[in-house]
Design a protein around this ligand. Structure first.
Ligand SMILES: [Zn+2]
Length: 246
């Protein structure tokens, strides 16, 4: 992660005679044409919930990852780049706080609690996993022993039979998701905070607003490629694959 940031900064600030291939915003680390800074909440949103995102090392290389933007929007969100959670990575988690971790239902696991059915009587730590479906499964599996000491598993109440796999429009999808019901980390966290925060609806709305801008800018940037019909087609295909698995 650090090496990427250094690289981006170097590109943005380059003062040598060779002009930078493209200039990168030093705050949001995104190319200038898709800089999101003016849409980010200032100051960042202060939540009672502390958010920890375990990001797979491969994901931290992804230009379209929502996690760096999410942590800029939220005062209490921290990213840990690793393949698993274990003692020594987070002082907060090592204190065994009351926590929930977010992961969709899988065929061979006990069903998680729906986030909206969670009886929230205290401030919680929210743990989310950022990676491809395959990587996220691996991260959860190898973190479960540690997590079982203090965290309960929750899922979003997404109806996977809903077209697009999300109650949100497919316009919020940044890249091909492998599974009906998959949403970006930012959308998933926003939807949890809606339930977990006192003014959750307002927090969710702000985060989804930023995500919409991110998608809108990205779509404008990629316009000549016109990815929409293909994306929709592949979404339909994925939904039917999911149904077959069940
Ligand atoms: Zn920016």
């Amino acid at each position: 992660m650090e090496s990427r940031n250094n690289h981006d900064l170097a590109a943005g600030y380059s003062s040598s005679s060779t002009p930078p291939r493209r200039s990168i915003c030093s705050n949001c680390n995104r190319p200038q044409p898709v800089c999101l800074c003016k849409f980010l909440p200032s100051p960042p949103i202060a939540t009672k919930t502390k958010i920890i995102i375990l990001q797979h090392p491969h994901e931290s290389q992804h230009k379209l990852s929502t996690t760096p933007i999410l942590t800029k929007c939220l005062l209490n969100a921290t990213t840990i780049v690793n393949r698993r959670l274990k003692p020594g990575l987070s002082k907060l988690l090592d204190q065994s706080p009351h926590a929930v971790f977010l992961f969709p239902p899988t065929p061979h696991s006990s069903p998680p609690i729906n986030i909206s059915d969670l009886n929230i009587t205290e401030d919680l730590v929210l743990i989310a996993f950022d990676g491809t479906w395959k990587h996220a499964k691996e991260m959860v599996r190898s973190s479960e022993e540690y997590l079982s000491r203090f965290a309960r598993r929750v899922c979003l109440d997404i109806d996977e039979s809903v077209e697009g796999g999300s109650i949100f429009d497919s316009e919020l999808i940044l890249r091909k998701e492998p599974h009906g019901g998959c949403v970006s980390t930012m959308e998933a966290v926003a939807r949890c905070l809606r339930v977990m925060e006192l003014d959750g609806a307002a927090v969710e709305e702000k985060l989804i607003g930023v995500l919409r801008e991110m998608v809108r800018l990205q779509a404008g940037f990629l316009k000549p490629m016109n990815p929409r019909p293909k994306l929709l087609k592949s979404l339909k295909k994925q939904t039917s694959v999911t149904e077959d698995e069940n």
